[in-house]
Design a protein around this ligand. Sequence first.
Ligand code: PMV
Length: 297
Amino acid sequence: MTTCSAPAKIYLSGEHAVVYGEPAVACAVELRTQVTVEPASSTTVISGGVPTRIESATYIIEALEQIRRVHPVPDVSIHITSDIPTGAGIGSSAALTVALLQALSIEFGVDIDILQIASMAYDVELSVQGAASQTDTFISTMGGIVLMPDRIFLSHLECSIVIGDTGMRGKTSTMVAKVAELKNTYPGVTEHIIKSIGVIAHMGVVLLEKKDYSGVGRLMNINHGLLESLGVGTSSLSQLVYRARDAGAFGAKITGAGGGGCMVALTDKPEDVIKSIECCYGKAMVVKPAREGVREE
Ligand code: PMV
């Protein structure tokens, strides 16, 4: 029997623009999905204590298919527990896929290294979702705070990260398609917005290395405005973003695809930010950056 866990992630900058080749900065956070695998007479999935029909477990089916292309993995029982809200834009599917692939590779002695786990997990996401960047799966595998797509590891964050969940859910593929439609209709203006998001990511790297979190926060605020102008904001997301800023956060923005899901704030007053977000019906939590990516438990 083998158990592995993998972390969630937030974007400090760059979501959506990364789809068009611009840089993004993402950070693994200490919310984890644990996956236990052991050989069994048939393949079964229990998630959060509840038996799940294997036919509906699309990421699991695809992960098994991908790993079986390189190694004859037998039927397995799979147990999943998770602290990561699903479909909220903080990488729950990547964490599940990465933890599962690593647990299978250890349990059955599959000869693949950690970068191959990241790349196989990306193939799984691409196949299930139809569109994906390598950000989620790379960060969940490797941990840390990383400039993508260059894979440059940055200094660890030394302020608090607060995630606010609107409780609503947007679909990544729908939001990516929405931005693509806007770009086709108004290329002149949209391309500038996308490029500006890329500039923010590059500037953010310099400020992060100086630990100038008030500067990083200001850039996050601009980035939020640009994401709104791309049409991926919602009133609930913006309400939580403004509540976080009003409570003294360095900055706050949508994280992930938007259309619902989560926002993120950097702050040195996490309690105040949480209280302020929760006044507005959002669910908030303070999360630590995860230095470690996937690991055996
Ligand atoms: O909401 P998430 O965690 O699926 O993030 C989506 C980020 C996008 O840039 C919108 C798409 C992608 O695959 O990079």
